[in-house]
Design a protein around this ligand. Structure first.
Ligand code: NAD
Ligand code: UDX
Length: 459
């Protein structure tokens, strides 16, 4: 008699659940991997082999295992009933209502899954928190699950995800570390071992870190806070650069060569976006306030405030440079997604730049290789005050300015001479990512305004 095939279930087929389980399925062919979601359109997209999100290499990764040992379904209850290990990867956005609105994590989706697990689990199960959650959330999960009527045993682990969008497949394949938080009890240690066994299929053991549950939960918030803090730090310095003719790229390079500081995440920009940084820092801030740690809360809050300042500064510069009015002027926005190589526009600086320019009554034309569909949906409220173009040349045609807000490689290699010829004069480029060749653009006739670097203006 053969061993029963173990089933790994993931609740939530989003940016994290889908790619993570596709990687687990490929690396662990002896497990059956099932991903469930209440969003039927998303599930159908995964089932069809055309992932609902754009991520380099993802389609190929899914194709390896789809319908072999990787399955997608909307039947959450049936999935739970057959699972041995359940990853919970539902969304945990910032609360928009009630106490903690604008800061605390909205745990309603997460708690709903806890109750579904309780209702439908038929055998002892390990519940893995994959979602990013406030510290001590696992405790709430444990309390809900403790009342199991079916006498099912539950062990809760924290296993936060560190993948970045745009590089998700690479990050999952070769993670810097895998973090597992569990309880120091016999069943806690058994559960940790069961999860290690999965990751050890492809992650070297020395990169699999085990901690207590609360350290694991906090480490996720802390890692994002540190990364975002670096960006806000360099962006704060970019403002000094613009005032003094120091050059932020030179400063980044100079400080990044200090091996204690390191070179990554020091690119000045229009600001950081994405569904995680702001949400997780605000969550941390809320937590600090909750524990009466006001100074700590204010310290981290400043990272978010600095980011808003940077976005605001970018728009103010556009308006000021264009003779203090953009009303009725066409402005091409190069980029909608929050970073290159993703179609995700959540908290994208592009959106806030669009909102602000529309307020100023500019005619905004957005172009993006992957994020346009999402941008259309998000900006629909503005009706015909915002336009969308697949083709960046068409977007820039007749424009007074280009505001580059996402660092897509394809924007670097456009024929800017051709673009310049079709623009209103004087033509401006605001490079919110410092990713274009400024001297070359200036030579073509553009007025060029980078971040944290000297503006190149034709007199
Ligand atoms: P997402 O919104 O893309 O996906 C979440 C999915 O969960 C949605 O498709 C939603 O329909 C589904 N869902 C919600 N409630 C459900 C329920 N009761 N039953 C079944 N499905 C349900 O979110 P995401 O970006 O994948 O993020 C998920 C979690 O991972 C969040 O906590 C986030 O903070 C964390 N995280 C995200 C990233 C990232 O890069 N996006 C990275 C690390 C961690
Ligand atoms: C982040 C974390 O990196 C990842 O570990 C976590 O799991 C989820 O949150 P993500 O938001 O997908 O990932 O992308 P990331 O590469 O961190 O970029 C976030 C934002 O910061 C983007 O808008 C990016 O353009 C911006 N950024 C990044 C900068 O402005 N400058 C930099 O030097 C780096």
């Amino acid at each position: 008699m053969g061993m029963r095939t173990k089933t790994i279930l993931c609740i939530g087929a989003g940016y994290v659940g889908g790619p993570t389980m596709a990687m687990v399925a490929r690396q662990c062919p002896e497990y059956r991997v099932l991903v469930v979601d209440v969003d039927a359109a998303r599930v159908h997209a995964w089932q069809s082999g055309e992932p609902p999100i754009y991520e380099p290499g993802l389609k190929e990764l899914v194709a390896v295992s789809l319908n072999r040992n990787l399955f997608f379904s909307t039947d959450v209850a049936a999935g739970i009933a057959e699972a041995d290990i359940i990853f919970v990867s539902v969304n945990t956005p910032t609360k928009t209502f009630g106490r903690g609105a604008g800061r605390a994590a909205d745990l309603q989706y997460w708690e709903k899954t806890a109750r579904q697990i309780l209702a439908h689990a038929r055998r002892d199960v390990i519940v893995v928190e994959k979602s990013t959650l406030p510290v001590r959330t696992a405790e709430a999960m444990e309390r809900i699950l403790r009342d199991s009527p079916a006498d099912v045993g539950f062990e809760v682990l924290s296993n936060p995800e560190f993948l970045a969008e745009g590089t998700a497949v690479r990050d999952l394949e070769n993670p810097d570390r895998v973090l597992i938080g569990g309880h120091d009890s016999a069943s806690g240690r058994r559960a940790i071992e069961a999860l290690i066994e999965i990751y050890a299929h492809w992650v070297p053991r020395e990169r699999i870190l085990t901690t207590n549950v609360w350290s694991s939960e906090l480490s996720k918030l802390a890692a994002n806070a540190f990364l975002a803090q670096r960006i806000s730090s360099i962006n704060s310095l970019s403002a000094i650069c613009e005032a003094t003719e120091a050059n932020i790229s030179e400063v980044s390079r100079a400080i990044g060569m200090d091996s204690r500081i390191g070179p990554r995440f020091l690119n000045a920009s229009v600001g950081f976006g994405g569904s995680c940084f702001k949400k997780d820092i605000l969550n941390l801030v809320y937590l600090c306030d909750h524990y009466g740690l006001g100074e700590v809360a204010r310290y981290w809050e400043q990272v978010v405030l600095m980011n808003e300042y940077q976005e605001d500064r970018f728009v103010r510069k556009i308006v000021a440079t264009m003779f203090n009015t953009v009303a009725g002027k066409r402005i091409a926005i190069f980029g909608a997604s929050f970073k290159a190589d993703t179609g995700d526009i959540r908290e994208s600086p592009a959106l806030r730049v669009c909102h602000a320019l529309i307020e100023e009554r500019a005619i905004v034309v957005v172009t993006d290789p992957q994020g346009l569909l999402n941008a259309r949906r998000e900006l629909a409220i503005y009706g015909d005050r915002v336009l969308f173009e697949d083709d960046p040349y068409a977007a820039a045609c007749g424009a007074h300015a280009i505001a580059l807000v996402t660092e897509w490689e394809s924007f670097r290699t456009l024929d800017y001479q051709r673009i310049y010829a079709k623009m209103e004069k004087p033509a401006f480029v605001f490079d919110g990512r410092n990713c274009l060749d400024h001297a070359a653009l200036y030579a073509l006739g553009f007025n060029v305004l980078p971040v944290g670097q000297k503006s190149l203006i034709h007199q």
